[in-house]
Ligand binder design. Structure first.
Ligand code: PLP
Length: 408
């Protein structure tokens, strides 16, 4: 029996893996110590757990040293710390930042804030698949450029950026690269040394860890990255992020990283198979379906589709038995069209008639087949309703069918 509603929104958040929860639980109760307490065993126990988790995260990211891992409350805070922290520390060197139109709001809103404070920001365009324009990137770098902030994988369409080339260019021109890895870490291989990433944001709840915990990786050598902290008080995390450490969250994030490091290969292959099954299950029986994002360079679990001749809102309402994101629900609660779909040049109607399927660790083939069947039957039904309404409207008036069509 399938448990309805089915969760197919793993790019928005993932459930905590039960194995992660299990290692977290003792740190709420018996091992509740403050990791900053140095005078007793409660503190030592918590500290030990935090340092173990730091090592686990460093191992997954390919970081040279565990101390390059700074725990934060999530990727939003990590993005803020990286971008505002670099802008503040290097303000005498320059005031120019380069980012991209399809970045997460956490990055874009930081850049907007810095613009108000006198920074200059270049927002690079992307092509129709969401890939950043590398020629424009190279051309945008000036003597005053202190940071490039470009994400690893997009949270809406799943496009994976040309990371090797961004890293090489940043190194060649001596500019720091901050990479928002919230979607990539725990979904694909990502190595900060191999790619030349200087700052990397990670989110616990996107990789089967808990919410409210994340990481900013901060390179310590070649080059040593310096930051101004956002939070003062206590000097935790080498002064970069004051505040009592969220020990259970940190323990959970460490375990989630460890699990993914060990299981990555198999998980990636499984997700790719499930995604293909879902895609084929839909396009084999429906015409007028477009796949959005990059056809090859995409996250293994992300499938983003648009449906011709369907009202997107009606479709999402008809599919209440499946938890999905639509092209218009990009930022919680508002129904503005997604800035990402606009940036790849998608028209409003097609953007509104889009669905993002986020496949995850716990999905089965049976669930995927159910979703494919439901999507096919609802799209067919809505198209039929729309067709009938069109015929009726034409019969009842002398309206031009083309005009009716645009109003349905
Ligand atoms: C989810 C997400 C964030 C925000 O992460 P939180 O940990 O929820 O703050 C930032 N960037 C990207 C690309 C994301 O997918």
């Amino acid at each position: 029996m399938l448990q309805i509603p089915l969760y197919f929104d793993n790019l928005a958040t993932t459930p905590v893996d039960p194995r992660v929860l299990e290692v977290m639980l003792p740190y709420f109760t018996e091992h509740f110590g403050n990791a900053a307490s140095t005078t007793h065993a409660f503190g030592w126990k918590a500290r030990e757990a935090v340092e173990r988790a730091r090592t686990q995260v460093a191992a997954l990211l390919g970081a040279r040293l565990p101390r390059e891992i700074v725990f934060t409350s999530g990727a939003t805070e990590a993005d803020n710390l990286a971008i505002k922290g670099v802008a503040a520390f290097y303000r005498n060197k320059g005031n120019h930042i380069i980012t991209c139109a399809t970045e997460h709001k956490a990055v874009l809103d930081c850049c907007k804030r810095l613009e108000v404070q006198g920074c200059e920001v270049t927002y690079l365009p992307v092509d129709e698949h969401g890939l950043v324009d590398l020629v424009a990137l190279e051309a945008a770098i000036t003597q005053r450029t202190v940071l490039i902030s470009l994400m690893a994988a997009n949270n809406e369409i799943g496009t994976v950026q040309p990371l090797e080339r961004i890293g090489a260019l940043a190194k060649e021109r001596g500019v720091l690269w901050h990479c928002d890895g919230a979607q990539a870490v725990g979904k694909m291989a990502l190595d900060v040394e191999a790619l030349g990433i200087d700052l990397l944001s990670v989110s616990g709840h996107k990789l089967y860890g808990p919410k409210g915990i994340g990481v900013l990786y901060v390179r310590s050598r070649q080059p040593r990255v310096r930051l101004e902290a956002l939070l003062e008080g206590g000097g935790h995390e080498r002064g970069l992020r004051s505040g009592t450490l969220n020990v259970p969250g940190i323990v959970g994030l460490g375990e989630a990283c460890e699990l993914y490091r060990v299981e990555r290969q198999g998980e990636q292959e499984r997700l790719a198979r499930l995604r293909q099954r879902l895609y084929e299950g839909i396009v084999a029986r429906l015409d007028g379906v477009w796949q959005n994002g990059h056809p090859q360079r995409h996250l293994p679990g992300c499938l983003h589709l648009s449906f011709a001749q369907v009202d997107g809102t009606a479709l999402i309402l008809a599919l209440q038995d499946i938890a999905l994101s639509s092209g218009s629900a990009c930022t919680s609660g508002d129904d503005k069209l997604s800035h990402v779909l606009q940036a790849i040049g998608m028209d409003d109607e097609r953007a509104a008639a889009s669905l993002r399927f986020g496949l995850g660790r716990f999905h089965t083939e049976e669930e995927v087949d159910y979703v494919a069947n439901r999507v096919v039957s609802e799209v067919e039904r809505l198209r039929q309703v729309r067709g009938e309404a069109l015929v009726e409207a034409v019969e009842q008036s002398s309206v031009n069918p083309v005009d009716v069509e645009t109003h349905l």
